[in-house]
Design a protein. Sequence first.
Length: 203
Amino acid sequence: MFTEYEIETMMEYPEVQSAALELKKEFLKTEAPYLEISDEDFFSLIVMTPTIGIAMADGNISLWEEMALNKKARKLSKGGYFMKKDPVVYAMKYLIKNYYNWSDRFFEVLKTTIQTTCKLDDLNFTPFERDKKIDYREFKKAVLESPYILIRFIASFFLEKDEDIINGNHKIGKAECQRLLIIGEKLELDKIPVFQMFCQTFK
């Protein structure tokens, strides 16, 4: 999962900051006019969007999923909120309420962030045949040879623990798996070989 310091650093990119602040202005005006949240914490909410989407894949969020989302959100919050109301957790309730009205807008900001920080256009990916069954050793090498920030994005969006990315046997429900693939496509991660291989590790 990203740290608050990585969130802060990503927000220092002008393209990312501009897109995130424009979305913040529109979202708060429409959904939560009285919500007080810092720019960094709102960007943390944006980063939570894929995880929220997967949790909502079967139509509702279970108590266990809610607890996992809150735990993840607290890790992203700027500063400590152990004994106080966490702004990212609180803002997340507004996003969940009208998730399908806003998710594409949030994904656009994330897509800009990924393109900007990973500089994907400068990378030469070895093509990977989507229908080909992956060799687990190839996947591990692909993870290690990929840009650090790209792997951080994939792990933060789709896994509970970052270190689990080199696990060749992830468990996932059918609805959640379909949602993961859809989100990967919206973020244009589906064009990246290491993400294609990552998707094949789910059972």
